[in-house]
Write a protein that binds this ligand. Structure first.
Ligand code: ACO
Length: 349
């Protein structure tokens, strides 16, 4: 059966480095706490106005397209994964199509948070395998700095996240045995609210539908995002850190083993695991549980923080640029995050 391969990969991170020390001007925190609990030393923050989730995605995409030996005009489908889109709608996919002056191709946005890139790759893989498309651009990009609570109230979350983008071009594999071997997607919505941003959202249905005309503009705005919601910080992400940690350290290894065993392989066959860069402690726990050596796992959360949908393509790109992934290597991408959703992609490079 036709397989798909990662033909080109690129990444983009903003120039602006924001250290743990810099955090202290906004909240009561310290470098020691952040490094000990998360491994993070610094992260990048996008320019307030000039860099958006889409513009960063486009920069990563340009590199991926060039390395794939193709052009924007030859891309026949776009998949964009993010939880921090430029607009509530439309999604970033169409903004990439416009920015890169692509043909009137399909553009799909994926909302699977930390698992977004793995889900996006899996969807792209199906389109290549059926022969429907030959050049799919898959992007993961986030501008978290836009929507974090930088007061002490939000410190358990805000110190973790960073901005950046990664992209790949998927094409049909030419060589036997090369390419994506399998993808594995999972979800469990039982704890959907454990890691979530609730507002604005239709769960808060304040509207008295047939009496809209009775409300003035200020009252309507208040229903959409009320002062009470803002006072309670409900316009920012919420995370029950310990609950997420407990689930992540079970599901991460499980989905890696699932991918390996479905292909008759074991952890000994694995050249490189690229885990979603959630938290260095989670990655270290997963490494230990799977019995992997240091050279079999790539982490760069220390430099970029958690960039959610962008973390896997950024880490994959860096590992590849550093020569840590070579032709013929067995590479596993694995993610766990809000939803909860989790998944893996096993690739013969
Ligand atoms: N600086 C200083 N102190 C802090 C900070 C901070 N940035 N954040 C929280 N604290 C304090 C708390 O106020 C609390 O103080 P108290 O004991 O006086 O009340 C104390 O540290 C412990 O707070 P917890 O929230 O219980 O912190 P915990 O030890 O659980 O660490 C963390 C928080 C790092 C988020 C941890 O729960 C964790 O690793 N969770 C995994 C989830 C995760 O990493 N998610 C990443 C994003 S989701 C994803 O990608 C899957």
């Amino acid at each position: 059966m036709l397989k798909s391969k990662i033909a080109g990969i690129g990444m983009y991170v903003p120039e602006n480095i924001f250290t743990n020390e810099d955090m202290k001007q906004y909240m009561d925190t310290n470098d020691e706490w952040i490094q000990e609990r998360t491994g993070i030393k610094e992260r990048r923050y996008a320019h307030r106005t000039e860099e958006t989730t889409t513009t960063m995605g486009v920069e990563a995409a340009k590199i991926a397209i060039k390395r794939a030996g193709t052009t924007a005009a030859e891309i026949d489908f776009i998949i964009f994964a993010t939880l921090s889109p430029d607009y509530y709608f439309p999604g970033c996919g169409v903004l990439v199509q416009r920015a890169m002056q692509m043909n009137e191709i399909g553009a799909l946005d994926i909302r699977n948070q930390c698992s977004g890139f793995v889900y996006a790759l899996s969807v792209a893989d199906q389109f290549i395998k059926t022969g429907m498309y030959k050049n799919i651009l898959v992007i993961g990009s986030e501008k978290h700095s836009f929507g974090l609570d930088f007061s002490t109230r939000g410190r358990n979350i805000s110190v973790i996240f960073g901005d950046g983008a990664g992209a790949v071009v998927l094409q049909p594999a030419q060589k036997d045995g090369q390419g994506i071997l399998s993808t594995h997607l999972h979800s469990d919505g039982e704890n959907a609210e454990m890691l979530a941003m609730y507002n604005p959202g239709t769960h808060a249905n304040h509207w008295v539908n047939d009496k809209v005309a009775d409300f003035n503009d200020a009252e309507i705005a208040d229903m959409f995002m009320s002062k009470e919601m803002i006072d309670k910080g409900q316009n920012f992400p919420f995370m029950d850190g310990p609950a997420v940690f407990k689930k992540a350290i079970v599901k991460f290894p499980e989905v890696v083993v699932e991918a390996l065993s479905q292909n008759g392989l074991t952890t000994a066959d694995l050249n490189m695991l690229i885990p979603h860069q959630a938290n260095l402690r989670i990655s270290q726990f997963v490494q230990q549980k799977l019995g992997l050596q240091d050279h079999q796992v790539y982490n760069n959360i220390q430099k970029y923080g958690n960039t959610t949908a962008a973390s896997i393509p950024i880490a994959l790109c860096e590992a590849w640029e550093q020569g840590k992934i070579k032709e013929g290597d067995l590479v596993c991408l694995a993610a766990f995050g809000s939803g909860y959703t989790w998944g893996s992609v096993l690739v013969r490079w």
